[in-house]
Ligand binder design. Sequence first.
Ligand SMILES: [Zn+2]
Length: 278
Amino acid sequence: MADWLTVAPGIHQRRYDPFDISVVAIEGGDGLLLVDTRAQPSEAEQLAADIAARFARPVRWVVNTHAHFDHTFGNQVFGPGSTTDAAIYGHARIAAHFAEFEEPRLAAWRADPAREPDRQWHDVELTPPTHPIDRRVELDLGDRIVELRPQPPAHTDTDLVLFVPDERVWLLGDLIEESGPVMYGSGSFPLGWPGVLDALADEMQPSDRVVPGHGRVVDRSFVDRQAAGLRVIADRFRSAHDAGLTAAEALAAHADWSIPVDGLVGAVERAYLALDEA
Ligand SMILES: [Zn+2]
């Protein structure tokens, strides 16, 4: 995970540890658009230095693919009050998601630093988008347009897809993951997720390049496969709920889950919550 990988002319992915997080820089005539900011300010400072070493243009825009900490906790290094002072775009619900999930997560980590001694949670100042959006926005980088497309609830209720029409490159955030199993993290919507991916895949051409939130660049067929896998899981949750099984029984009813069953405990609870409400 050494350096920038050029996905298409002027579109570069870099994969950072920890978490194998995808950061993407998109070059435009008026500056650089940066997608996601890593998991803490010191990592974002390193990212800023890596950008300065590689690109002649300043970061003018930051876009968050969703609210999760590994994508947003570096925002403060690029946002208002920083030397970069970039505009931060993200889903309109990020601030609410921060309040519900990331703030308590941060408080728990701060209260018990021994849980993650290598992390610097005290330095994090939650920095939501300066430009929260709830509908499609076309960002003009000077000589190219980047579409920002807030999505219906799926991986979270804050997912936002970027599409660069001139090179047909898609950035899907954690709606897909390549280097590990998909993550039903905090605030996931297991039942709606496959349909969101299906709708995106419908708009993709076979040769389009697709950048996941974690892992190497993939294509539409990968998106189709991940959607199918998520649909099997969603269908099993629905059937189990219909049959009156508890959430634990729903998981115990199958031995061949496509992702480790530990990763499904939160998912089945979220699905049951939605089904109970329906
Ligand atoms: Zn995530």
